[in-house]
Design a protein around this ligand. Structure first.
Ligand SMILES: [Ca+2]
Ligand SMILES: [Ca+2]
Length: 218
């Protein structure tokens, strides 16, 4: 089951590149982090580009009301996301760095690192709201765009990914999954990957085009 999640996240991440580049807001405010529980054995900690699995509850600081609970969503499964790339609000990207599996944190996030002046009506977050999150981290794994994955795909080792290489990689990944996919589905995924990632249109995904997290040297 974990593999399926990773595959979903992998494609999701291939797809979101266009959505990146959030505006940086000037601010003197800070994200406050309180470590509630740190496991004794903490050899591996989270860093930008890692794939995290966590539960978190969100509260409004002004009255303590709960506006979000990951336990009541997605049939109670912990949430998977890539750290440090804007898949969650900026404050959480900051607050979840250097965390180890099993660690619990309580963090206070000022509005400039959350939903700002606009708020977020759908989640019942008013303008200029300071948020409190209680986070429990379950797993830290290598992100879908790790250097290891790049090397795995780049069969001829020329530091760029051709359509054939990615096609072969997709084929191998799909074979690991239980559900068979037909060739037209795979072709559509391949086309989509190139459309969104081959920025200079030369028919290859270079290490630079691939390594959007810049957390590893390729
Ligand atoms: Ca290659
Ligand atoms: Ca290219």
């Amino acid at each position: 089951m974990q593999f399926l999640f990773r595959l979903i996240v992998f494609f999701y991440v291939w797809g979101i590149l266009g959505a990146q580049g959030q505006k940086e807001e000037e601010s003197t405010e800070e994200v406050k982090i309180e470590v509630v529980h740190r496991p004794e054995n903490c050899s591996k900690t989270s860093k930008k580009g890692d794939l995290l699995n966590a539960h978190y509850d969100g509260y409004l600081a002004k009255d303590g009301s709960k506006f979000y609970c990951s336990r009541t969503q997605n049939e109670g499964h912990p949430k998977w996301f890539v750290l440090g790339v804007g898949q969650v609000i900026k404050g959480l990207d900051i607050a979840m760095m250097d965390m180890c599996p099993g660690e619990k944190r309580k963090v206070i996030i000022p509005p400039s690192f959350a939903y700002g002046k606009e708020g977020y009506a759908e989640g019942k977050i008013p303008p200029d709201a300071t948020l409190i999150f209680e986070i429990e981290l379950y797993a830290v794994t290598k992100g879908p765009r790790s250097i290891e994955t790049f090397k795995q795909i780049d069969m001829d080792n020329d530091r760029q990914l051709s359509k054939t290489e990615i096609n072969n990689y997709l084929k191998r990944e799909f074979e690991k999954d239980e559900k068979p996919r037909d060739q037209s589905y795979q072709n559509a995924v391949l086309e989509d990957i190139f459309k969104k990632n081959d920025h200079d249109g030369d028919g290859f995904i270079s290490s630079k085009e691939y390594n959007v997290y810049q957390h590893d040297e390729l």
